[in-house]
Design a protein around this ligand. Sequence first.
Ligand code: PMT
Length: 405
Amino acid sequence: MRTIMNLAQKKRIVLGITGGIAAYKAAELARLLVKQGMEVQVAMTDAATHFITPTTMQALTGQPVLLNQWQDEKGMLHIQSSRAADAIVIAPATADFMAKLAHGLADDLLSTLCLARNCPLLVAPAMNRQMWSNPATQRNVHQLVRDGAVLLGPDDGLQACGEEGMGRMLEAEMLAQYIQAMLGSSTTGHAMQGMHVLMTAGPTYEAIDAVRGITNRSSGKMGYAIAEAAQEMGARVTLVSGPVALKAPVGVQVVAVTSAAEMFEAVKQHVSQADMFIGVAAVADYRVAEPSAQKIKKDGHGLTLQLVQNPDILAYVAGLPEPPFCVGFAAESEKLREYAERKRQSKKLPLLAANLAQQAIGADQNEIILFDDAGEHQLPRADKKTQARELLRHAVSLYQKGKMQ
Ligand code: PMT
């Protein structure tokens, strides 16, 4: 009898290693994948062999490492190896190798293997922050995602060159977790493959003075669950997050912000690439007009704060000349249906998810009513991840219908 474990053991990964210092992490990744019961076939570029030896990789995987096209007499290694794989994972993926992938170049075994594949391609970038933010690299990233590649990372932090910023490869443990989740996920499918989802989540914090501020009780759980679910369904996810105590979902690009103004700027920066925008954040409607740089001292009298209205991020995105498909949220404490539908109409949203603030904020479960042009759809009470999947399925079907019109 074939058990679930047996099925998992049959998964075959081609682990492509390209020439960057993060290549050393590929050894740990190979070890973890083998430990998870996967068969790992390593393929290395010539540059990668300067950072880590094929002997190390062979010892960890128990398989001879693929190095060049001519190892096989018939010269069909690229076809054989890619056909046998359930996924190809490039970790680390250098800026140069990503450029090759984006342009369909095939001048070595690994790039040829990627071009000849008929399985998912997962790419874990690793490079200096300046190389990552270079418009050329960003163009290639965008192209790869459009072509259906799944981007894992990169991460923010200290880099091998001593600089700090975006471009670190995700840790091997995170990559292994993600690969397992992806290969094991038969329930969610990959309905969002190739899509870029931009989201907001969590609260914002509006400073009153150096130590005090106005915020709310949003934990970020709902937004993070949606980000995770979208990622599992194949989307590239950028999550603009207010201050929360949650770990960044694996493979999701998190842009951490504090105030509504910062959230607005981050959204404006990323929105041109987005196919879908989901506003889950509990954005403060007002900020203090003139926050004090110093701690305000009490003087025995009352204190009057003048508040000014923050920009409405969701309304801005929905009002763009060519907006992404927009999904709004409404947290109401009363008259849920009436206020939610009014909000959807006023912001001209194709879809809005309404929940009762007192039940939803901070909780692990939620009860959502979806409002669209066809009316309302009640989602049964469930944990936030289940609600997230249902919401995304509904959003994707509307998004696809819209594209066909
Ligand atoms: O984070 P959790 O603890 O898991 O809680 C989840 C939640 C209750 C916060 C979430 O499910 C939710 O309902 N989020 C929206 C909360 C909200 O502030 O709704 P609103 O009715 O004020 O705003 C309507 C919509 O406009 C929202 O999509 C909001 O993100 C967006 N908005 C609001 C104001 C503003 N200045 N900019 C915006 O983009």
